[in-house]
Structure formats: structure tokens, C-alpha cells
Design a protein around this ligand. Sequence first.
Ligand code: ADP
Ligand code: MG
Ligand code: MG
Length: 367
Amino acid sequence: LLVALLYALRQGYKQWKRKKGRAAEAQPYPSIDTNKLMLIEQIGRGRYGAVWKGVLDECTVAVKVTSLENRQNFLNEREIYRLPLVAHGNITRFIAAEERSGPDGRPEFLVVMEYYQHGSLSNFLTNNASEWECSCRLAHSLTRGLSYLHSEIVKNGDYDQYKPAIAHRDLNSRNVLVRADHSCVLSDLGLAMKLTRRSPVQRGGDDDTSTICEVGTFRYMAPEVLDGAIDLTDYETALKQVDVYSLGLVYWEIFMRCRNLFPEGRAPPYEMALQAELGNHPSFEDVQHFVARERQRPRFPDAWRDDSFMISCLKAVIEECWEHDADARLTANCAEERLAELQSLRSPGPAAATTDTTAAAPTMETN
Ligand code: ADP
Ligand code: MG
Ligand code: MG
């Protein structure tokens, strides 16, 4: 009996090793034939590339085309999308990443992803004011995506898959896309960074503070980044807190377009956070002075009076995200719960009878 048991164990072990080997060898990355990819029209432009609407195997897709100068951004985005367990309902669905030689013979780098018809959140908010439920849905779904990105996951059932905690590092309303059902996906992982490893993280010698911190869009930069005062002894926590600060500004943009929060349902036209205060192209120094020195934030409108329970809850969530003291900020996970609570509260103000503005299709966007 003992011999039989030992034999069975040995066979089991061999089989397990074979499977493990196969899992390690398997090429999980889908490869596409770029000759079959048709680019139809340019729908966006970011800092690192042009984004096209295209067709692949009769499906509409979006394709980010990056040139050689921005190859590093492409490589990083591809690496992050290919990590196990990164796929999530509130993160842009990645289809493939390819290098090819472009029309002029120069190399170009493609990220193929699902096409989201409303384009960026910034575009959506420009074209649509929303009811409370819709604003909450946008904010909650985005937060779900961020909370997931930030989480470290070990899944043992499936040959030991591991997802590190990841910081986005460039969270703003142009890097969030909106689905047809008005839920959001977190997008543009070109600057995202893995924060954990399976073994304790060893910081590389050349990872100095500036390369870790000085990325992102000035307007949405947290005070500690602007001041170069970020505490990197626990950089996992620090970089998540930086993302949550930007999240607070994006919440402000979302709820400033919520009809129920304004008299007669008249939400003001879309504005980026701090646009009223700092204009369209603030310099690093402008934002640093205003946000880090003077500790100012986007202003809440007079209509958001504290005698409404809902509005005071909403303001509290936003303020707890953009707190000056990074340690006092909510985690993305807490923010997700708070948004879920807000969502369950009824609309506070006059629900406007009128429906959306006319523009539905996203216009070409430039960052
Ligand atoms: P960059 O890294 O150059 O900033 P992004 O990935 O942020 O590029 O894309 C730039 C813009 O292109 C976005 O703000 C958005 O307007 C549009 N866009 C990007 N991906 C998609 C997509 N999958 N579906 C629809 N529009 C997209
Ligand atoms: Mg972008
Ligand atoms: Mg980018």
C-alpha cells in the first residue's frame, strides 16, 4: 500500500511539474496580423501617440500608434497590460500590442484595444450633463478600476498567478474612457508602475526620487509631487496616495456636470479642474504655487450648500481624496465604498426634465 501511495504521489508530482512547465512556456500574448488592421479615422491624440478608430476581423477597435521616440512608453504600457490578472471590467480591454514598419518605413508601435464610443471622460462631460445616478456611476466605476489596479492579488488555483499592486501615475479625465452604458474604464497605462513583487521589493539604485515622481499632468499633480516632498520610504503607499489626489479632482469634474446639484438642473459647462483658477495651460510653477503653497483646490459652487446631507457627503469624499496630508487621504478601496453609499442616496435637487445635449459622437481630442 505504501509503495502504491508513493508511486501515486510521484506520478502526481511529475504531472504537476509538466503542467507548471507548460504554463511557464505558454505564450499567453495574443498576436494579430497587422495587415488585417485597418485604421479609419483619428479619434484622439495624447502626449505619446495618435489614437485611431480601426477595424480588425470585422470588429471596431481603437489603436494607439506610437513613434520610435516614445517607444519606452509603449513598452511600459504593453508590459502592464500583459501582466496576469490585469484584465478587469473597469480597465481598458487590451487586445494586442505589435511593432510594425509604418507607411514611411519607420517603425511604429501599436496598442490595439476595445473602442469606447464616448471617448474620454473629459469628452463625455463636455457633451453631456448627467443625472445624479449617472454621475455616481461614472465616479464609482472609475474608482473600482483604480482600486483594482492598486490591489495586489495572488491566485493559487490557477497555477499561481500574481498581480502586483500598480500605480497609474497619470490619472486625469483624458485617461479615463466611457462605455456606452456610462461606466468608466481606466486607460493609458503608459506611465503605470508596478509597486510590489513577490519577494520583498528591492529598490534599484538608479530609481531616484525624480524618476519615480515627476511624471503625470501638472494640473492633476498632488502637492507632495509638486513640492518634491513625496515620502518614498513606503513608495507603494505614497504613489497610491498620489493617484487618489488626482481622483478627487476628477470627481469634482464629474459632479460639476450633475444636473441635480444645480438650481433648475442647470449644470455649468464642462471645465477641467483648476481651469477657472489657473487657465488652460498652467505651468508647473503656477500649479505648485497654487496647490502646494497656498493649498488651494477647485472651488465648490455656491449651489452646493452644506444643509443638504447628500451634498455634504459628496464634498467630504472629494475633500478626503485631495487632502493636503497624503496619509489622511482615502484609499481607492475606501473611496469605492463611499461612492457606493452616495449612489444609493436619492437625488438631492431638482431633476431636470430635459435630456442630453445633442453632441454624442466624440470629437477629435488633443491633450
Ligand atoms: P496618450 O498615452 O498619448 O496620452 P491615450 O491612451 O491617453 O494616449 O489616448 C489619447 C486619447 O485618445 C484619449 O484621451 C481618448 O480621447 C482617445 N482614446 C484612447 N483610447 C481610446 C479607446 N480605446 N476608445 C476611444 N477613444 C480612445
Ligand atoms: Mg493619455
Ligand atoms: Mg499616456
